[in-house]
Design a protein around this ligand. Structure first.
Ligand SMILES: [Zn+2]
Length: 104
């Protein structure tokens, strides 16, 4: 059973209690004054684990996919450049292919 740290709101003392995970804070009785005004304290161990929590596999995969998508976008030319580019010359005047019958 996990060990919890409590702070009594009645006598301002701290105490530890080994309780079941399902034990409620309201039902925790202070061993000094028997008041049920305790507040559960976050132990340093718990807070450290939360702070330095390693990202899970799914999070890492999502991050990698996101980075890959960003790189793909970076390779594409910006939309402004596409717009300012001249339109493809369909009716080309300087066509290198000789017209039929011009050379004999
Ligand atoms: Zn107390």
């Amino acid at each position: 059973m996990p060990l919890y740290e409590y702070h009594c709101g009645q006598c301002e003392k701290q105490f530890e209690a080994t309780q079941s995970v399902y034990a409620r804070v309201e039902d925790t009785e202070c061993p000094f004054c028997q008041a049920r005004q305790a507040t559960r304290l976050m132990s340093s161990f718990t807070s450290t684990v939360v702070g330095d929590r390693k990202p899970g596999f799914t999070e890492l995969k999502a991050k990698a996919m996101n980075e890959e998508r960003m790189q793909r976008f970076a390779k594409l030319p910006p939309l402004n450049a596409m717009r300012t580019m001249p339109p493809p010359n369909v009716t080309s005047e300087s066509d290198p292919t000789p017209t039929e019958g011009s050379t004999s």
